[in-house]
Design a protein around this ligand. Sequence first.
Ligand code: NAD
Length: 352
Amino acid sequence: MRNKVILWGLGAMGSGMVSAIWKRPDLELVGVIDNDPKKAGQEVGKVLALSGIIDTINKEHLKEQYIKVSAEPGELLGKVQAGVLLLATGSFTRQVFPQIKQALEAGLNVITIAEEMAAPMVQEPELGGEMDRLAKKHGVSVIGTGINPGFVLDTLIIALTAPCMEIKKIRAARINDLSPFGPTVMATQGVGSTPEEFASGLKSGTIVGHVGFPESVHLIAEALGWKLDEIRQEREPIISKTSRQTPCVRVEPGMVAGCRHTAVGLIQGRTVIELEHPQQIHPEAEGIETGDYIWIEGTPNINLAIKPEIPGGTGTIAMAVNLIPHVLEARPGLLTMKDLPVPCLRYIRHET
Ligand code: NAD
């Protein structure tokens, strides 16, 4: 018997999750929720074909392409039999909490890619406690994952500390290319703004840089048993020296090509965790190579370089779908990536 999955949020990531499910022999898509009027009421196969990402469907999944996207979660949750909800609607715990609550109350395990849900206790302890209580009450679990937060700048770092006898400091960087992303990402990273507009966007909160840094720093510290006194963040504009262009934004010399966002964790004034995430369009225009880097200063020193970086979209989609077997076997409650066994790609199919 295949594991039945409902997807909530058929956007860029959610559509990719449907494609990923359709490649797997152990999963079955049984429902899709999205309130975008262009998608609601349509067959999921048609929505995917329209966005150009449907590919050859594995025979076992043929019927699933005719599932109609529902704008009304109550039509599916608790009505259609399923074990897991994949949630890809938003970034912030407060925003996705009502959706998670509804799913937990319907007895579904929840895997979300909302960045703050990687460690909701950091910014929303009350909501985190409520989700833990609800999940335990209904005998299911809820977890936040993704590529970042969720893997590169937290889970992967935690795993790399295993062969160390002592650690003085952890530094890591994810250097990536923003060019494939759309207008929302460009706006929230300040791409195409002047330095003055960038400064006022930071103040007003329209430019935010990366969402999820406090969560990643917290996860690392908690896994290693470090009691941090403080987590600090800084965001600064990456000013372009060259002309660069994507389908949705043009940057001339002197304008902002991206945001260099850093976060540090301190113990007694000493930086013990330092994470860097400079994101810009066309970094190659100024000779910058993309990549994921981790440097552990300790015994032994460990240096990891993944060049180019793990692709954010594919990586996030795979992380969410690959977690399904782990979450089905996990203890009930609110979980984080450090609470699960080593994440991996594994299919499980139950005997009927
Ligand atoms: P998107 O805008 O392409 O898709 C979101 C979809 O959710 C849309 O189709 C929208 O109609 C739907 N939706 C939103 N609110 C809804 C609601 N209340 N009810 C029903 N449908 C609703 O976004 P995306 O690129 O797919 O990303 C989804 C979220 O995941 C974003 O917040 C993004 O920042 C986050 N994300 C996290 C990671 C990570 O590494 N953790 C990686 C990528 C994306």
